[in-house]
Ligand binder design. Structure first.
Ligand SMILES: [Zn+2]
Length: 572
């Protein structure tokens, strides 16, 4: 009898410990474009602390294509491969004419807004997202997103978040709105500015006086200085508009903090807005994206970027803010502030924290086939052919000279180039797809070509003996992951022909992502909750596994099928 009672007591004890240890909140911090080795390389102490106290998947990878911001953010909170999401790339074929440009027109997903993503999610079967599960499990709680970019925040928020906060479009003081009112300037800023946009709580839109009602307005796009401020600020471009190769994707004030102490920009802006919502809202989900490192990586390339560009690190100069050592340290400092805020609010003890990235980045390109000039629309080389998005139908661009043989076939509707090539054809019959793949295989840096299968559900390898042979390292990675990755984006809207590229080849920015290469696929992935066992796991983990794993850790049953796997994160 005593034995039985003792067992019951032990079971009760175990159950109560398990309940106490089950997180009631989840915070996902996406450090856009962070490569896993940056944590040590740039001494990111808060990331390193989480890695040594939580469960660190040190071989994690994106696990899908296209490895891009507008795709990855929704993979994380849906558990769906891009092929099941409603958009699988920077562009898609609008087969069902959802956007009314005409059936089969190409629509660019990065140019869409919240309601457009809702439309796409509904057309893809209205799969539940993490916010839906959190609302169901914790009625009355708030789910919120915050980050610098519209497509990043709004694609992730649609349609299960209560708030989403991002930087709005640039306002030029003195211009006249459609209702006749004049856009005023913001006190303390030199001229052009951006304010918060999305679904923004009032205390972020206009923080109460005497705080600072203009806190979330930032200087953006100002090239002239304003000495009436009492100091001479650097232009919002920090020289990146004239520095090659940064000029292909220059800073404009959104990603570095700025010297305007009452209107700090960049990752500090994001952290401040996140902390305001953490303080005011009964939240269960907080999805935060810090984007400065992405901007820096695009401009200069990833990895040991500053050595490659002959850049001398000078911590005393504000111009160091547009280089990776500062961006990494600052992102980590914001993570530290957010964790401190969790503790201050008494939320740390029951919050599951995940720090990851939406994709990595290649080292600065040593095979560059884009258009290396600063001239706006034609710089880089991402978009070629004809495309549309709400408010702008039938944009055209010839693309970089290097893809001319492909464009000269006369059968390209649209082509997207980054560190992979994805091409939508006008005539996508089997023979025409094979023809296009053969031409694509002659372009520089292309190591393998694929055509979409007849049923549209996978890609068929066309050739791995193109004009560019793989190195043995590229061959090893490609054999493990090439087919796996391209198949994740196969659906009726995806490209007809796909080309994978060599490491360090780019057709757009010098530091880019979007493809299957190891450098753009490998990402950090660390989970932490108080009581979680500290473990390093070298096993498989992909972005698509986040959602089922978070649900399992929070004790929330799955309501719908997902492409990811639920891994067990033991909490003591
Ligand atoms: Zn990104």
């Amino acid at each position: 009898m005593f034995f039985v009672v003792a067992c019951v007591v032990l079971l009760l004890l175990a159950a109560s410990v398990a309940v106490a240890g089950t997180p009631k909140r989840v915070m996902i911090v996406v450090i856009d474009q962070m490569r896993p080795e940056y944590a040590k390389q740039y001494d990111m102490t808060n990331v390193l602390w989480l890695q040594s106290h939580g469960i660190d998947y040190n071989k994690a990878y994106v696990g899908d294509m296209a490895s891009e911001t507008v795709v990855s953010h929704n993979v994380m909170v849906s558990g769906q491969f891009p092929k099941h999401m409603g958009w699988s790339d920077e562009a898609f074929r609008d087969v069902d004419n959802l956007f009314a440009f005409g059936a089969n027109k190409i629509v660019t997903s990065g140019d869409l807004g919240y309601l457009d993503y809702v439309k796409l999610i509904q057309a893809a079967g209205n799969y539940p997202k993490l916010g839906d599960y959190l609302h169901k499990k914790f009625p009355g709680t708030i789910v919120a997103n915050v980050g610098q970019k519209g497509y990043q925040v709004e694609s992730m928020a649609a349609e299960s978040s209560d708030f989403w906060v991002r930087m709005g479009s640039k306002k030029v003081p003195g211009t006249v709105n459609s209702d006749g009112s004049v856009v005023p300037s913001i006190p303390g800023l030199p001229g052009n500015y951006r304010g918060p946009s999305g679904k923004v709580p009032g205390y972020i839109k206009t923080p109460p006086l005497p705080q600072n009602p203009y806190r979330y307005y930032i200087s953006s796009g100002n090239s002239s200085t304003n000495t009436s401020l009492g100091f001479i600020p650097p232009a919002d471009y920090y020289g990146t508009k004239v520095d090659k190769p940064a000029w292909l994707y220059p800073e404009d004030g959104r990603y570095v903090p700025s010297p305007y102490t009452r209107n700090l920009s960049g990752d500090i802006w994001v952290a401040d807005a996140a902390m305001a919502m953490m303080e005011k809202e009964p939240w269960s989900g907080m999805f935060i994206t810090l984007s400065a490192m992405d901007k820096i990586g695009h401009m200069w390339g990833g990895g040991s970027v500053d050595n490659l560009q002959n850049y001398t690190w000078d911590p005393s100069s504000m111009f160091n803010w547009v280089h990776m050592p500062f961006a990494a340290q600052n992102a980590d400092a914001q993570l530290g502030r957010i964790i401190a805020k969790l503790k201050e609010l008494g939320q740390f003890k029951d919050t599951l924290i995940l720090v990851t990235a939406d994709h990595g980045v290649q080292d600065s390109a040593n095979g560059y086939y884009g258009t290396d000039v600063y001239d706006g629309a034609n710089a880089g080389g991402w978009y070629a052919g004809t495309w549309s998005y709400p408010g702008a139908a039938n944009n055209t661009n010839p693309g970089p000279v290097s893809i001319k043989p492909l464009m000269d076939t006369g059968n390209v509707e649209f082509s997207y180039q980054s560190v992979a090539m994805e091409t939508w054809l006008k005539d996508w019959s089997w023979a025409k797809k094979v023809d296009a793949a053969q031409v694509m295989g002659t372009l520089p840096g292309i190591i393998a070509t694929y055509v979409k299968s007849e049923d549209g559900d996978s890609y068929v390898l066309q050739s791995a003996s193109t004009s560019t042979p793989m190195t043995s390292a590229e061959m090893d990675w490609w054999q493990l992951h090439g087919q796996e990755l391209v198949d994740t984006m196969a659906w009726k809207g995806s490209a007809d022909v796909v080309g994978l590229m060599q490491d360090r080849v780019s057709y757009a920015a010098y530091g880019d992502h979007g493809g299957a290469q190891m450098q753009v696929q490998r990402i950090p992935m660390v989970f932490y909750a108080p009581g979680m066992q500290s473990l390093t796991r070298g096993t498989k983990f992909r972005l698509v596994d986040i959602m089922p794993t978070v649900l399992r850790t929070m004790g929330i049953p799955q309501m719908a099928p997902m492409d990811g796997t639920a891994y067990n994160l033991p909490i003591k």
